[in-house]
Design a binder for this molecule. Sequence first.
Ligand SMILES: Cc1ncc(COP(=O)(O)O)c(C=O)c1O
Length: 419
Amino acid sequence: MKDLFEKIYKDKGPLGKWASQAEGYFVFPKLEGQISNRMKFQGKEVITWSINDYLGLANHPEIRKVDGEAGVEYGSAYPMGARMMSGHTDLHELLQKELAEFVNKEAAYLLNFGYQGMVSTIDALVSKDDIIVYDVDAHACIIDGVRLHMGKRFTYKHNDVESLEKNLERATKMAEQTGGGILVISEGVFGMRGEQGKLKEIAALKKKYNFRFLVDDAHGFGTLGKTGAGAGEEQGVQDDIDVYFATFAKSMAGTGAFIAADQEIIDYLKYNLRSQMFAKSLQMQLVVGARKRLEMLKTMPELKDKLWENVNALQSGLKERGFDIGTTQSCVTPVYLKGSIPEAMALVKDLRENYGIFCSIVVYPVIPKGLILLRLIPTATHTLEDVRVTLDAFDGIRERLENGTYKRLSAGVVAAMGE
Ligand SMILES: Cc1ncc(COP(=O)(O)O)c(C=O)c1O
């Protein structure tokens, strides 16, 4: 019989196999200093374009003050126990009420983490006779939620309404046999490439098909819509979203998440979300901090305005200089370049060390072979000077990519990887 660990000793997994070349630099890098537009990487100042602190709340003095005071008042343990047993408080309820009002739903429920919360939400919403239809590019937390489902599931092509409709037809036929219902899942904003989910078109299909609609709006909450209520508000279809989900991990610069829906649905989820029923309640410091963040999100529209000033300056600047930024419709700013993985590594090193720009890099298998995706996340803390320096840097790296500099620089890596 095999030792369970044998496969682990042999194969570190699709990402883990790059650890010796990538760890500490391309993956698990350590950014130092206060969270802001400029931080330190390996001792040098860099303009940071890789932190989802969209509204710049992470290090806002008022937030830091409230977080600190709540820490002193409650410590990090309070309340102890799961919500259902001993971890329930007035402030948890108040925050839920405020979140529900903000996203225009009857009720909301807090989740300790977006990831587990989404897994449990999907798990609680469907039973084995139900059918899930979801976007093939969905976030890992949606995929894991679907994995728990004992019944049928179909993917539709990314943001392709025709493909969704075909799958809805199949799902409808199947649901008629099983006696179940249909759950459609999309993201409000797809976090890698920045397109908004086609929520309006999906919602329109409700006239023809009977389904319920769950939207993960991690990147849309706080950044899109007139009031910042997200992609549903932006597209005018918030009422057609049956279960709205957002995390505090991005524009709210915190930890935790929530779902919002009709009161009856939330009442049901409250008693059936396993990740909440069997886990310690969201700690009070985070609840108090989230209330303050939500208040600032509501009362300081200038934060979102500044964010979008930076987004527009960056995205239009990149386009004017001939960069391919794909089809983004959000703050997420992808830049697509052509090159191999070793070239991408040399390019990112150059960008960080010589140009002082820190952004995330995505390569095959997440995107097609031969493409390099540099992903930039503008925030309200960036300045137009940061944008200008970054655009110039991108001109520089493109020239060096095209004149073969990175190919030469990466020759050693290629040899080491045996490519
Ligand atoms: C689309 C999406 N859904 C869910 C999550 C998970 O949220 P959390 O970080 O709160 O677990 C993320 C990442 O944070 C995300 O990008």
